[in-house]
Design a binder for this molecule. Structure first.
Ligand SMILES: Nc1ncnc2c1ncn2[C@@H]1O[C@H](COP(=O)(O)OP(=O)(O)O)[C@@H](O)[C@H]1O
Ligand SMILES: O=C(COP(=O)(O)O)[C@H](O)[C@H](O)COP(=O)(O)O
Length: 312
């Protein structure tokens, strides 16, 4: 076993699904083995100050990125930090908290890949990129239910943030080993509980060659699981796409491939023992479960466990 924590980054814009995915992966790894760090805690200004200064939380100047990267480096070397706390409930800071890294650390937030020093701290880097229309829907739902905003306020905020999203958030996609986009299929009539996933897999980490278990002669048109070579931000990548209607039989082949390569995952992959694979509770309390979600969580967990072996 590695003698330092393995650090996973989950970066993306507000309401892209970072917290929800973090919870799902922590569930697979065992909550007791995981330390979760939300980088919103490194905001420099509270909600009122941001309004007064007319700055958005997405701007690097609105965050102590220097302290964030110091803390990431400390966690990576197994040391504790005294982490600030930002409350989304009140929009203010609370007393800092003493945090020790467990075997796995998941760092989720807006600007995790924005400095070279921070990027160096991660073993696996994920970027979440749902279509903007779906993200807006998720943000409205969550911020009205959980953060005390009205729908009109969320829409105004999204508009105000767009220049910073474009300049500071979306470019971070280029640093990710995996870009995950959950998106509604054209056939589900806007039912967002049935989401497909598109996973961009960059050659910056070693991937399993899943093309071997994906049948190119699949009679479905288009096949529900697709593997292709593509370009992302101009560079060659592999792309794995899984539609929400993929059958359990086909999904099983992929799951078995991942699990056969990683003994620690056998317990997780057995759906009889673990019927909850791919089931997570969203930040607004709803239960989500789907094969695309299960595969995404499993694959990211696989990369983390692989990193454990590589740092032995
Ligand atoms: N994979 C997903 N499938 C369906 N809904 C999702 C998914 N990820 C997020 N959501 C929805 O979007 C909302 C915002 O997600 P959240 O994880 O809080 O985003 P972030 O942490 O990136 O701000 C959640 O409350 C949930 O309703
Ligand atoms: O953009 C985000 C990040 O959170 P998330 O990625 O979870 O959306 C929040 O709006 C800021 O942290 C400010 O918080 P608030 O708006 O609550 O003051």
């Amino acid at each position: 076993m590695s003698n330092r924590p393995i650090i996973l980054g989950i970066v993306g814009d507000s309401a892209a699904g970072k917290t929800t995915l973090t919870k799902g992966i922590a569930q697979i790894l065992g909550e007791e083995n995981v330390t979760v760090i939300g980088t919103d805690d490194y905001h420099r200004y509270d909600r009122q100050q941001r309004a007064e200064l007319n700055i958005t939380a997405l701007h690097p100047d609105c965050n102590y990125l220097d302290i964030m990267q110091q803390h990431l480096a400390l966690l990576r070397s197994g040391q504790p930090i005294l982490k600030p706390i930002y409350s989304h409930k009140t929009g203010t800071f609370e007393a800092p908290k003493y945090v020790k890294p467990n075997r796995f650390v998941i760092v989720e937030g807006l600007l995790g890949y924005s400095t070279p020093v921070a990027r160096e701290c991660f073993d696996v880097k994920v970027y979440l990129a749902p279509p903007e229309s779906l993200r807006a829907q998720w943000k409205i739902q969550r911020d009205t239910l959980k953060r005390g905003y009205t729908e009109a306020q969320v829409l105004t905020e999204l508009q105000k943030r767009e220049p910073d999203s474009e300049q500071f958030i979306r470019p971070q996609r280029q640093w990710a080993d995996v870009v995950a986009s959950f998106y509604p299929s054209s056939t589900t009539d806007g039912d967002t509980s049935l989401l497909n996933v598109r996973l961009v897999l960059r050659p910056t980490i070693t991937h399993l060659d899943m093309s071997k278990v994906i049948d190119p002669d699949d009679s479905d048109s288009p096949p529900a699981i697709r593997w292709s070579l593509d370009r992302d931000m101009g560079k060659p990548v592999d792309v794995l796409e899984i539609d929400s209607h993929a059958t359990g039989e086909k999904i099983n082949l992929l799951e078995q491939m991942i699990c056969n390569d990683m003994p620690d995952l056998h317990r997780v992959c057995n759906r009889e023992v673990n019927p909850d694979l791919g089931k997570i509770v969203g930040t607004t309390g709803e239960t989500l479960q789907s094969y695309p979600l299960a595969l995404t969580q499993l694959l990211i967990t696989y990369y983390m466990l692989k990193a454990t072996q590589e740092t032995k």
